[in-house]
Design a protein around this ligand. Structure first.
Ligand SMILES: Nc1ncnc2c1ncn2[C@@H]1O[C@H](COP(=O)(O)OP(=O)(O)OP(=O)(O)O)[C@@H](O)[C@H]1O
Ligand SMILES: [Mg+2]
Length: 257
């Protein structure tokens, strides 16, 4: 997957200011950066939930931003998992997985049910096949949402802060499923604040600020040894928010204690 010179404006607010980024087949790229830096907008432009103002996106060699492209066909190739799980509350877990397969891919009931069962097994939730979403924990609901995306057979998976709405004790199970996907060779772009996950699973980490990519490299570089002050500041704030706030309120003064 490749992003070239991507710009996105909402009115006169330029949210993406020329993003160049590549996620090679089988790679996991984590995107980090402060709130409002354009991380979600970037993911939404990649699967055409937003129309880029300028620039190109390629998925598996196809330019998905080409005016003649079949948007539905593109979206089928890209799975997306959001912070909010967006499951249908009146459908069982299995029905949540079979509905999009039948509507979008035209699979028959039996084939869709088979794929649903396979993917529920992958996320460790076979026993919840007939449950309704409300009876599941947030972590289980998010794993169902991942299984739903996988059931469509995507080439690329995009995750937008998939664990940030979860209670801390439920985060691990969701990250474990994402690790499994990474190990299986899924191409993934993950917006996250989970630095341990990024450090251990990502092939590359991209730090974004104010609509541009500030730093892009292996986690050992970007997280452990960032070269840009803005990356350092963001990371120190993430690791110790109280200290970063104190720092910000006392600007550098030569000679100050
Ligand atoms: N549909 C929209 N219409 C107008 N402005 C938007 C829209 N979507 C996003 N924006 C603006 O774009 C900027 C970037 O938003 P975006 O959601 O991409 O940031 P983010 O990096 O994902 O932040 P967060 O970490 O808080 O999720 C913000 O200033 C936001 O207000
Ligand atoms: Mg966001």
């Amino acid at each position: 997957m490749q992003v070239r010179g991507l710009h996105k404006s909402f009115g006169d607010n330029e949210v993406l200011r020329g993003i160049d980024l590549e996620v090679r087949s089988g790679e996991v790229v984590c995107v980090i950066g402060p709130s409002g830096s354009g991380k979600s907008t970037l993911l939404r432009c990649v699967n055409l939930l937003e129309e880029p103002t300028k620039g190109q996106v390629f998925v598996g060699g196809t330019e998905v931003t080409h005016p003649d492209v079949d948007i539905d066909a593109v979206r089928r190739r890209i799975g997306m998992v959001f912070q909010q799980f967006n499951l249908f509350p009146h459908l069982t877990v299995t029905e949540n997985l079979t509905l999009p397969q039948r509507r979008v891919l035209g699979r028959d009931k039996e084939a869709a049910a088979k794929v649903a069962a396979e993917n529920l097994r992958r996320v460790g939730l076979s026993e919840k096949a007939d449950a309704y979403p409300a009876s599941l924990s947030g972590g289980q609901q998010q794993r169902v949402a991942i299984a739903r995306a996988l059931a469509m057979g995507p080439e690329v998976m995009l995750f937008d802060e998939p664990t940030s709405a979860l209670d801390p004790e439920l985060v691990g199970d969701v990250l474990a499923v994402m690790r499994m996907l990474a190990d299986e060779g899924m191409t993934m772009m993950v917006v996250t604040h989970e630095m341990t996950f990024a450090r251990e699973v990502a092939d590359r980490v991209v730090f974004m600020d104010a609509g541009t990519v500030i730093e892009d490299g292996p986690p050992t570089q970007v997280i452990t040894n960032p070269t840009h002050e803005r990356t350092r500041h963001f990371l120190s704030r993430l690791l110790d928010p109280a200290m970063a706030d104190v720092e910000e309120e006392t600007p550098d003064q030569p000679g100050a204690p």
